[in-house]
Ligand binder design. Structure first.
Ligand SMILES: Nc1nc2c(c(=O)[nH]1)N[C@H]1C(S)=C(S)[C@@H](COP(=O)(O)O)O[C@H]1N2
Ligand SMILES: [Mo]
Length: 237
């Protein structure tokens, strides 16, 4: 009888605790994707810098100019190198992983103001990919395209050949996650983070700089941290 009594009393309490934990868990899971969508929508419509007020994981804020991006991984990811090159190529993730890698640890600076200190990026120097393809005489610039189907960026050839510009495969010493533009994103260490195109799918060597997505909305094409966009941030590289 004592045992029955205890069970009768204990069960509702136990259930209450379990349901409470489940409720908390469900709210936490729901908040992530909602805030992410909200922020990406704001980023799309507000190039003025008043976006991204909600901190994401590890100091970064999620940006995308489209509402959803397909996931790509080692089975279906490709990076094409074409345009004014002697040897156009399509690299798979394993091809990129087999190339020389460089690791850099520098601050990341977004033009809207947030900064993430001492962030490791590792990947193939862009100069190596350009040399592998063989840039034709007369080429002046490089255009980047993304498998989100919308974002573009560009650099002059001199900027692209700097040793602090990577086709990055890892961020904070882990494979780049989908939300951070994985499996492969551009990393342009000395420039505002909008130059570091996420979900990189194409590198095209061109005869002139073609302004990228945000640059069509007023951002500077030469995006040196602390020397562009009217900002006074400390240089990142
Ligand atoms: N494809 C793509 N790349 C992009 C962007 C984007 O919207 N789409 N946003 C840029 C901007 S403004 C910033 S600050 C960083 C944000 O990178 P994160 O989402 O990994 O923090 O990505 C840059 N690269
Ligand atoms: Mo940004």
């Amino acid at each position: 009888m004592d045992t029955t009594h205890e069970e009768d009393r204990g069960t509702p309490v136990g259930r209450r605790v379990v349901l409470g934990l489940l409720g908390l868990g469900a709210a936490g899971v729901a908040a992530g994707p909602f805030l992410q969508r909200l922020e990406s929508g704001l980023a799309e419509r507000d190039p003025s810098g008043l976006t991204g007020l909600l901190p994401g994981n590890n100091g970064f804020r999620y940006y995308s100019v489209v509402t959803s991006v397909p996931e790509r991984d080692a089975t279906n990811y490709t990076l094409t190198v074409d345009g004014l090159v002697e040897r156009p190529a399509t690299h798979r993730l394993a091809d990129l992983q087999a190339m020389p890698q460089r690791r850099l640890v520098k601050d990341v600076q977004c033009v809207t103001g947030w900064r993430v200190p001492d962030t490791p990026f590792e990947g193939v120097p862009l100069a190596h990919l350009l040399d592998t393809a063989g840039v034709q005489p007369g080429a002046k610039a490089v255009r980047f395209s993304c498998f989100d189907g919308a974002y573009t960026e560009s650099l002059t050839l001199d900027q692209a050949r700097r040793d602090d510009v990577l086709v990055a495969l890892s961020l904070q010493d882990k494979p780049i996650t989908h939300d951070h533009g994985g499996p492969v994103r551009l990393y342009v260490a000395p420039m505002y983070f909008y130059k570091s195109a996420k979900w990189l799918s194409g590198i095209t060597v061109t005869d002139e700089v073609q302004p990228g997505y945000w640059e069509g909305n007023g951002y500077d094409v030469d995006a040196w941290v602390g020397r562009s966009n009217g900002r006074v941030d400390a240089p990142t590289s």
